[in-house]
Design a protein around this ligand. Structure first.
Ligand code: HCA
Ligand code: CU
Length: 373
């Protein structure tokens, strides 16, 4: 059993240049709720008035998903989160020696006390608490254990292992989670940044090691280049690990499109799952195989995520591609014509042959005139 925490509205709004209006946040939150995420991280309410309003309105919608507010280890942050009616607070504090000494001019004992007090304070008000030792990957193990153990004793319900700068590999992530679990009995989250393109792989390694909740965002939005994308993670869990959650996977493209529209960040064609090319087959051999059985060249069927497969007609094409394209435009023709079309398609060095072009080619003399000039 694995749960999903979506942080599009908190981490995602930290994407350079991105802001969501409260209305946009409500639209995104209700789509995420319908999709079936377990927790919506709605924002850090002390950052600004509109973030406060967003967190509060989202909390008051009565979603199935629980709502989490991001907080520093500061009691006033907890107070503000409480006044938003959230279920969870996510308290973060970096305990790496370097940051403690150089930035905070503090030490692990003092900071552990502060974190403990803040967690106890939040628990006294009946809030659920996730504590995140930020940059856990680059934090020495003794400090990580010390602060996490204290957090759990103070009542933290979850510890989140954040790879804040995308500096871990799947194997190291796996080993770290295993070591932590042997020391502390608590539910772990994984929060993986994508600075080296490893966010999904690292999140899956954490899952293999036993984390029970994974942080994602729609389209992988977040600080710098973002975190594990919702679509990649859910489809990998579904297709490769046979995780059977009640996610409405068919909504995934729609959610991506909405967030792309609101964020102004385009989905590149080669984005897994939601990109324009995710179910487009090109090489002749591939098309022939897919027409026989899509699973030869699809790790999961396009229909699972509410999409259709497509075929490209260009010099890579096989006879089957042409026949399929002709069928698609509702035309039948003889083998001679198909051969001529094939010769034309193969002679086109650059670009694809559009449906209109194909229709035009059905006039044989036109094919010949195109070919011999
Ligand atoms: C941040 C850093 C954070 C925190 C994660 C968390 C990270 O933007 O505050 O609070 O669980 O990656 O460490 O996103
Ligand atoms: Cu982060």
């Amino acid at each position: 059993m694995v749960e999903i925490l979506d942080s599009t509205l908190r981490e995602g709004e930290q994407t350079p240049g991105i802001t969501f209006s409260v209305e946009e946040k409500l639209t995104i939150a209700s789509l995420l709720d319908e999709f079936g995420v377990d927790i919506i991280e709605a924002g850090h309410p002390r950052v600004s008035k509109d973030i406060f309003r967003g967190v509060k309105e989202i909390s008051n919608q009565g979603y199935n998903a629980e709502i989490l507010a991001h907080c520093r280890a500061i009691k006033e942050d907890i107070d503000v989160a409480r006044s938003c009616n959230v279920d969870w607070v996510g308290i973060f504090f970096c305990v790496s020696n370097r940051r403690l000494e150089q930035q905070f001019r503090s030490n692990i004992n003092k900071v552990t006390d502060l974190i403990t007090e803040t967690i106890e304070y939040a628990k006294d008000y009946g809030l659920k608490v996730r504590y995140t030792p930020e940059d856990a990957i680059r934090t020495d193990f003794t400090s990580l254990i010390k602060v996490s153990r204290a957090a759990v004793e103070a009542g933290a319900d979850r510890i989140s292992i954040a790879d804040t700068v995308g500096a871990v590999t799947p194997t190291r992530m796996y080993d770290l989670i295993k070591s932590l679990q042997s020391e502390i009995k608590v539910k772990f989250n994984a929060h993986c940044h994508n600075d080296l393109g490893l966010a999904t792989a690292n999140a899956l390694a954490a899952y293999e090691a036993g984390v029970t909740m994974i942080d994602v965002s729609v389209n992988g939005l977040g600080e710098r280049v973002g975190i594990t994308p919702l679509s990649e993670l859910c489809l990998a869990l579904h297709s490769l690990y046979c995780v059977k959650n009640n996610w409405k996977l068919e909504m995934i493209s729609k959610i991506s499109q909405k967030v792309s529209e609101f964020s102004g960040i385009n989905i590149s064609p080669n984005t897994p799952v939601v990109g324009k090319n995710a179910f487009v087959h090109n090489a002749g051999l591939h098309v022939a195989a897919v027409l026989h059985d899509p699973s030869y060249y699809e790790v999961f069927p396009a229909e699972l995520v509410g999409r259709n497969r497509k075929f490209i007609l260009d010099k890579m094409a096989s006879i089957q591609t042409i026949k399929q394209k002709l069928q698609q435009i509702g035309v039948s023709t003889n083998n001679d014509n198909i051969t001529r079309i094939m010769r034309y398609v193969k002679s086109k060095e650059k670009g694809t042959v559009s449906d209109e072009e194909l229709r035009g080619l059905l006039n044989i003399s036109e094919i010949e005139s195109v070919m011999f000039h």
